[in-house]
Design a protein. Structure first.
Length: 276
């Protein structure tokens, strides 16, 4: 039977939450050896990446991303030590699969998008099984990763910047931009009632990008009307270079500011989850 680590990230009361205890009981009931760990730092996450089966109890997509980011740091080779069998379109080998235990039973999160089990007993059965689904991963030049997607702007008014997807230019920096969505999953398919991304697939090896640009529609004998033009492209990499500083954005639900060029690229099938 397997040794399993059930990992949660700190920031709460320190005691394991009810779903974590229920999952641990379900794993123990079928003979697994279970260790529950609450990580308070990156070093705590690194310490349990030792080959045991891993279940991540995540209250948010950002917490799940934090664990995958440390897995990339653990397993990605230095450029000078790149193995010969690593695919040309990858900088990281296949990461070990992880189990995902959602701590919010009703959240509209990545686990819901992927139709992963939410009941602790079902998560335990999946982790002890042999069914795995491999998924694409976005890496970026800031040293982090993205599992679902990022939304740049959208709340603070218009901004300007250059947006390139492979060789396609969605904005050359002269357009006022309402929002830019970078999608691996479907988390940013809409901005309020505005459709942004069409149908991003987290396992098709492509990034889907959308830029929402206000334009003036001239109408004969009537006042001009503002409409939103959505420009879309798909590719293996996207670069966003803001002209203004401190543009607000969210990446897997984690807020930040973008003040210089940021590039994302796709790592097809790099991470994996246990499924039913």
């Amino acid at each position: 039977m397997y040794d399993v680590v059930l990992l949660t990230l700190g920031g709460g009361c320190g005691a394991p939450r009810v779903p974590v205890l229920a999952c641990a009981d379900a794993l123990t009931a079928v003979g697994a050896t279970v260790q529950t760990v609450t990580a308070e730092s990156d070093a705590d996450i690194d310490a349990i990446l030792d080959g045991r089966r891993l279940v991540v109890g995540a209250a948010t997509d950002g917490q799940l991303r934090a664990v995958v980011r440390r897995m990339v740091r653990r397993y990605a080779p230095a450029p000078s030590k790149r193995p010969a069998d690593l695919p040309a379109n990858r900088t990281v080998p296949d990461l070990p699969p992880i189990g995902v235990l959602p701590l919010d039973p009703t959240a509209d999160d990545l686990a819901a998008q992927l139709d992963l089990p939410r009941d602790p007993a079902e998560v335990a059965r999946a982790v002890l099984g042999d069914k795995v689904r491999r998924l694409d991963l976005l890496r970026n030049d800031g040293g982090s990763v993205t599992l679902d997607g990022a939304l740049i702007g959208g709340e603070q008014g218009m901004w300007r910047g250059r947006v390139e997807v492979d060789d396609a230019v969605l904005s050359d920096g002269s357009d006022p931009i309402l929002a830019c969505a970078v999608g691996n999953g479907a988390g940013h398919t809409r901005l309020d009632r505005l459709a942004l991304l069409n149908a991003p697939d987290p396992a098709d090896g492509m990034i889907e990008v959308a830029v929402a640009v206000p334009t003036i529609a001239q109408r004969l004998l009537r006042r001009p009307r503002v409409r939103i033009e959505v420009r879309r492209a798909r590719g293996r990499a996207v670069a966003v270079t803001p002209r203004e500083t401190d543009i607000g954005y969210t990446d897997d639900g984690v807020s930040g500011t973008l003040s210089h060029k940021r590039s994302w690229w796709i790592e097809p099938g790099a991470w994996a989850v246990y499924v039913r």
